[in-house]
Every structure is written in structure tokens, then in C-alpha cells.
Design a protein around this ligand. Structure first.
Ligand SMILES: Nc1ncnc2c1ncn2[C@@H]1O[C@H](COP(=O)(O)OP(=O)(O)O)[C@@H](O)[C@H]1O
Ligand SMILES: N[C@@H](CCOP(=O)(O)O)C(=O)O
Length: 376
């Protein structure tokens, strides 16, 4: 049995979660970099004349025409409901208005689903007055989106490395906990929970562990975003179940060097470029992302001075390039240095040769991660 979450008059919150780029080359399912584009929710709760919950969603920005507005179908509110139900609560018996402004394009490898899942957990936290710790928010998010790379960066900000703890069989009840790529249907009927429904248990504790690495303030981030989407689930389906030992060793060697080299001063383009190469997911995804190998293998610090490294962002199709801004004035938010512009335009031109339309964006690392702020 569940109860409506408490309502104590009018309340307002802002939830803000950054985009993220996962993998950074060799760190498949490990590395994440939080990026300066955000999913923002403005939430207000006000008492209703009728004692029933009325959750209304509105969108501006990315996904505004695609995202479902039904709170039982929308990913953000379904995750919030999962968090509430696992505390034997449901949406408050009040009017909950959620205005969503989204700068993270869907299905482009910039962590839109991780941002939505983290925002959903924070929304459940706010509506249920649960006061979850950051670790607990991570536990919930990782039960929904099971690769910790994006979730950790989106939640904690910065350049992160993470792993999932090996859960004991007794901690896993797949029938009850919505382990899924992006929560395909939860609750199962995708409608309001019914009194007789099974409620999900709370997730195990410390599902994921992470560290934050140094990331030089002289690194500019360029993302080049094609106009087509690649679903993460589909891009994961392109990967084999096992790998030759030499490919695993190739990635492990580069992963170890990369994590230290992005925080070093001065930055060493040759070391970084080579340590951002990958053999476990990028070549396998080439079929879904035409032109990928050509771009990441032919653009080097020698051909494009200032380029530090280049890789697929997450599961793609976006390409992420790291550029050295050493010696240049720090660009204002949303502005590019000449080096960043050259790299962005060069990738765009290569992709255009294959008839692929793209836009490139100058970004920076997001240091803050996800925030939940209550307005008094
Ligand atoms: N802000 C959002 N609101 C609702 N659903 C979202 C939001 N962001 C992402 N999603 C869902 O996640 C899907 C994209 O997830 P995914 O294929 O993993 O791509 P990405 O690489 O962008 O995370 C979208 O098609 C949509 O169903
Ligand atoms: N490690 C995952 C990352 C998926 O990131 P997304 O932003 O594309 O959802 C993978 O490579 O599959």
C-alpha cells in the first residue's frame, strides 16, 4: 500500500543536471565528463481543490516535440515515481507543475537519458521530502541506467571514473527493481499505481563507486553533433560479448595514462591523442555512424595543431574533441577559441563529405554536477 507524498502548502524547487560525454575513448562504461549544457526543471507544488494529484509537464528546448507529457509515460516523472513508490509514497495530492527546459539533445551520446534519470530521482526526492544523500541518489539512478559513466558525471560533475559494485543475488530482484536501459515501462501498466500493485524495493546501497580526476582548465571541449539519433540501446547491441585479449590490453593501457594526462600541465597532445584511442566500442559502432573511423583516425595534433584528442561521445553519434587553449584567453561561456573553431569546422567539413549534416558546439567541463534547490 502507498500514500500520497506530503503536501505542506506551496513549494518550489529548481533541479539542474548537466549533459555528459561517456567513455572518452578507451574508458568504455567507466569515464564520464560533465558538460556545460543542462536539463533544468522548475517544479512547483500547490494545493488542489480536489485532494488528488495532478502532475502537469511542459517542455521547451530539445525534445519539446517528442517527450511524452503524460507523467506515467515521461522518463523523468516515471523515475520520480519509482523513487516515491519504493518509499511507499506516490505523487502528492496537489497540483505539481514541472516546467522542463532541455539543452541536451536526445539520442546523440550526450547523456540525455542519464540527465533525465538523475533529474527524476531528484524530483522524487523533492516531492517525497526524502532528503536523499548524493550516494543514495546515485544508487537510484544506477538502478535505472546501468552504465555508471554518464550517471556519475551528471550527478557529481567533473571528469569521473566509476564502477558498479558486484551485487549479491539477494540484492537483485529483477522482477521488482526497474533495471533497464531507460526504464522501458514502469509501473508496468504505465498508468497511475493501483492499490494492489507490487511496490519496488529500495535499491541496495553503494551500487556505484567513483573518483574525480583532474581536468586542466586549459582544455576546451568541442562536440560535433550530427542531425541523426542513435539509440544507446541499439549502439550497445552492436558490441560483441567477448574481446581478444590484445584489444582489452590496448584499452587498459590507454585508460590508465589518459586519466592522469588530462590533468597534467603542460598538456601533452601526443600522449593524450594516442591515449584516447579505443578498440572495444568505436570500431564496432562504425556501421551506425558513417565516417567515424575516418574522422577519429585522420585528425591528429600534427594535422590540426591544438587538437588534444578525439573520440566518439558516449554511444554516439556525436564526436567529442578536446582542444588545448594553453596560452589563449579563456573563452566566455558558449564562445570558442580560434583553435576550438578550427577543430569544430574541420570535423564538420569531413562529415559533410559523407553528406552528414552536423552542428558543432563549444563547451566546457561542468564542475558542479546536479543541483536541487528549494526556493523559500
Ligand atoms: N529530458 C528528457 N525528458 C524525457 N525523456 C528523455 C529526456 N532525455 C532523454 N529522454 C529519453 O531518453 C531517450 C534517449 O536516451 P538514449 O538513447 O540513452 O540517448 P542519450 O545518448 O541521449 O542518453 C530519449 O529518446 C527519451 O526517451
Ligand atoms: N558507456 C555507454 C555510454 C552511453 O552514453 P550515451 O550518452 O550515448 O547514452 C556506451 O557507450 O554505451
Amino acid at each position: 500500500m502507498f500514500h500520497a507524498a506530503p503536501t505542506a502548502g506551496q513549494r518550489r524547487w529548481t533541479i539542474r543536471v548537466p549533459a555528459s560525454s561517456a567513455n572518452i575513448g578507451p574508458g568504455f562504461d567507466v569515464l564520464g565528463l560533465a558538460l556545460s549544457r543542462h536539463l533544468t526543471l522548475r517544479v512547483s507544488l500547490s494545493p488542489c481543490p480536489e485532494p488528488e494529484s495532478k502532475v502537469t509537464l511542459s517542455y521547451t528546448g530539445e525534445g519539446a516535440t517528442d517527450a511524452p507529457l503524460d507523467p506515467y509515460k515521461n522518463l523523468i516523472t516515471r523515475v520520480a515515481l519509482y523513487v516515491l513508490l519504493s518509499h511507499r509514497l506516490t505523487f502528492p495530492a496537489a497540483h505539481v507543475s514541472i516546467e522542463i527546459d532541455n539543452q541536451v539533445p536526445f539520442g546523440r551520446g550526450m547523456g540525455s537519458s542519464a540527465a533525465a534519470v538523475v533529474a527524476g530521482v531528484l524530483l522524487g526526492d523533492a516531492l517525497g521530502d526524502l532528503k536523499l544523500s548524493q550516494d543514495r541518489v546515485k544508487d537510484y539512478a544506477l538502478m535505472v541506467e546501468r552504465h555508471p559513466d554518464n550517471v556519475t558525471a551528471a550527478l557529481c560533475g567533473g571528469f569521473t571514473g566509476s564502477f558498479l559494485r558486484m551485487l549479491e543475488p539477494s540484492e537483485l530482484s529483477p522482477a521488482a527493481i526497474p533495471l533497464a536501459e531507460v526504464l522501458p515501462a514502469y509501473p508496468a501498466n504505465a498508468g497511475p499505481p493501483q492499490p494492489g500493485d507490487d511496490l519496488p524495493p529500495q535499491p541496495p546501497t553503494n551500487v556505484g563507486r567513483h573518483v574525480r580526476y583532474g581536468f586542466s582548465k586549459d582544455i576546451g571541449v568541442v562536440v560535433v553533433v550530427p542531425k541523426f539519433e542513435v539509440e544507446t540501446a541499439k549502439a550497445r547491441g552492436a558490441l560483441p560479448d567477448s574481446y581478444p585479449r590484445q584489444d582489452v590490453v590496448f584499452n587498459l593501457q590507454r585508460l590508465a595514462v589518459l586519466t592522469a594526462s588530462l590533468g597534467a600541465s603542460p598538456l601533452d597532445p601526443n600522449v593524450i591523442w594516442e591515449s584516447m584511442r579505443d578498440k572495444v566500442h568505436q570500431p564496432q559502432r562504425e556501421g551506425l555512424i558513417p565516417g567515424l573511423s575516418k574522422i577519429v583516425n585522420t585528425m591528429t595534433p600534427a594535422t590540426h595543431p591544438g587538437l588534444l584528442g578525439i573520440c566518439l561521445s558516449g554511444a554516439g553519434p556525436t564526436i567529442l574533441a578536446l582542444v588545448s587553449n594553453e596560452g589563449a584567453a579563456k573563452p566566455a561561456a558558449g564562445e570558442a577559441t580560434p583553435q576550438m573553431r578550427e577543430v569544430g569546422e574541420a570535423i564538420k567539413a569531413l562529415w559533410q563529405q559523407d553528406g552528414i549534416e552536423v552542428e558543432w558546439l563549444p563547451l566546457e567541463m561542468d564542475d558542479k554536477g546536479a543541483t536541487l534547490e528549494e526556493h523559500k
